[in-house]
Design a protein around this ligand. Sequence first.
Ligand SMILES: *Cc1c(COP(=O)(O)O)cnc(C)c1O
Length: 398
Amino acid sequence: MKRLIEDASRYLMNTYSRYPLLLVKGRGTRVYDYDGKEYLDFVGGIAVNVLGHCHPRVVVAIQKQAQRLIHVSNLYHIEPQIRLARLIVENSFADRVFFCNSGAEANEAAIKLARRYGKDHFGQERYWIITAYNSFHGRTMATITATGQEKVRKGFEPLLPGFKYVPFDDIDALKDALDEKTCAVMLEPIQGEGGVRLPSQEYFKEVRSLCDETGTLLILDEVQTGMGRTGRLFAYEHYGIEPDIMTLAKGLGGGVPIGAMLAREDVAASFTPGTHASTFGGNPLVCQAALATIETLLEDDRYILRECERLGEYLINRLYKLQEEFSGIIVDIRGKGLMVGLELTRECQPIVRAAMERGLLINCTAGTTLRFTPPLTITEKDIDRALDILADIFWRLS
Ligand SMILES: *Cc1c(COP(=O)(O)O)cnc(C)c1O
């Protein structure tokens, strides 16, 4: 393991500060390192492994498709892609889907579609997009511009023109920023990388009304919140609104790289042949994995999603109990479903490392927020175990 990790620092671009851990196997909510040590996984590939590791339905779907056909060009019709698009459309606000390979690419597609729509319906000057401070939309040039965080953009200027930023959950700021040149507002239903930040319940209703009054498109980035993470298939369902465009990736393929950009019919109409494309987008292999993932989430009357909602409440209630005990360490508890943040009075990186030593993988976001994004198939017992480990670490700190 040590030798491989040395090779990693020699041969790989130095873009991640990785933990000295090499994972080689996974089953359900557990992963195993090179030496066979077991870890309870509350990272879940950062909200990717919605069905846990190597879910049999996903594994079999990939195996079968790999034997049949792995890739053909989008010059031709692709059966699993058609079936996947239909399943997504039948279970969302959308009428049409474009497939790509990641969250950033899905957001790129959304930005391009919004600009085309703006120009088609309102003229050449209508291309501005408003996003939120503290947001995260990806690492390509357009999506770092869309991302309202200085740290992801620094050194990559000049950025893409036509972006404005407003504080999240502040409808007045959005009203002030929006004008006749704005083609779209792009927001996360819950800010993920920004530290699991939930808006007030009215916010998205007000955003929706403002967009309707002005003919502005509402783009929801559900790359992290989508695919059941918050206890609904899509997080917009919590707010009683629908977007005009939505992006998905992370959990969509149960672990394989796939992204999607969805839109209503009249909006999708601005993409015509030749306006956008992706070589790998929606290839047979990844679409089968995504089909297996969504079918599993929806089966037994959405059993996994209902469990996600119940277990999210269980986790949050247990975290409140932990806060009573460690009020000097825990500042705030935020979340919906199994997307939960625990804000601490201190940097959470040392706690992440201590948890790893004790066999628990957990993520740290926005510096001081521990983020829980376990598989949606987690159990109460797993949650108890994770919180016992954290309680032990907090006890030593206090
Ligand atoms: C992770 C994430 C992205 C970027 O996804 P990639 O697949 O890494 O490009 C975009 N938006 C949100 C909300 C995310 O959480």
